[in-house]
Write a protein that binds this ligand. Structure first.
Ligand SMILES: [Zn+2]
Ligand SMILES: [Zn+2]
Length: 120
């Protein structure tokens, strides 16, 4: 499908630049949309931003944002693991694989732990 070079026009400097077939393939593989700017302007933008990161959307890390809605996990289903609660001995479901190095608590005891040990 991506057999031909395209010529795009930079949104910043209005210069034409080549969007080569291999670049198109590269962008398509990553589901990027077509570049709006020529490589020069893109480099300038990147330099202006200071870092070399570039990956703006990496999915994870959904712990930002305002959390004033009474808690609860809103980031979709996650895999749960069964473990034995270190406090009451009941079966506990934890969102991480129990390593044995740390105590595991059921949700009740976990809440207790949090409320009794206060902030962190
Ligand atoms: Zn440009
Ligand atoms: Zn427990």
């Amino acid at each position: 499908m991506y057999g031909q070079d395209k010529t795009l026009v930079c949104a910043d400097c209005n210069q034409e630049f080549a969007f080569t077939a291999s670049e198109q393939q590269f962008y398509a593989d990553r589901q990027f949309s077509e570049p709006r700017r020529c490589p020069t302007c893109r480099a300038a933008k990147k330099a202006a931003r200071g870092d070399s990161g570039g990956s703006s959307y990496s999915g994870g890390g959904s712990y930002s944002g305002g959390g004033n809605s009474g808690g609860g996990y809103s980031s979709g289903p996650r895999e749960m693991f069964s473990a034995t609660c270190s406090s009451c001995g009941r079966e506990a479901q934890v969102p991480f694989r129990p390593s044995g190095a740390k105590p595991v608590y059921c949700s009740d005891c976990f809440k207790d732990q949090r409320s009794s040990s206060g902030r962190y």
